[in-house]
Design a protein around this ligand. Sequence first.
Ligand SMILES: [Zn+2]
Ligand SMILES: [Zn+2]
Length: 240
Amino acid sequence: MKKIKKIFDFFYNLIYPIKCFDCKKNHYYFCPDCLKIIPNYLNNRCLFCGVQSLESGDLCIKCKKLYHLNNIQIFTYYDQEIIKKLIYEMKYNSVFLIARDIGIILAKKFKSLFYKKNCLLVPVPMHKAKIKKRGFNQTYLIAQSISRYHKIPICNDLIIKTKNTLPQMSQRNFLKRQDNLKNAFSLNKEKIQDSKNKKIILIDDVFTTGTTIKSCAEILNNYGFKNLNALIFARKSKKY
Ligand SMILES: [Zn+2]
Ligand SMILES: [Zn+2]
């Protein structure tokens, strides 16, 4: 398998030479030197209300109850040229190898999240019409990469996007975002039984106001899921 991957990487690199988006070094889109100096997101406050939280990434007691989420870890801030470029190229120029690298970055940085054996990675779903257009769901590719790294299972079709919504990032305000995602998700009934008692880790690439993650958590909670968490690559418009 490793050999096939190496051969694939070799030819891929011939057609699309890989260079760091920042320093232009070969072989990486985001090289280890640039990765080292990127500011880590400060996960020291509740993501939704700004209250100082005790553990890194934890929501405050009030928001935990309100949104049915325990912990949300974020790697970095979206508002940096290299991060914007990585996300853009991954999504809109189909550079899907970026998703693999983002997965490895998250897997290494947040090792402690995966210690407990009963984790289940759940990528934030994309509507099937959008997957057809783009060719892939980047959150699934990111999750796949984490899954391979830590050898933990992944369930790509536990949550299904039933409504083909407008991109959340294009929605101007919170109410528009909320409205856009109303009844947009459903659960795959066949997968509920096996996943219900697991520690769910929702995987997403960008966090804006959190409406997507909240909507996913809400539907999981409606079906009795209890241990809900999220791991996200970058946060846009940090308030606190
Ligand atoms: Zn670099
Ligand atoms: Zn809070």
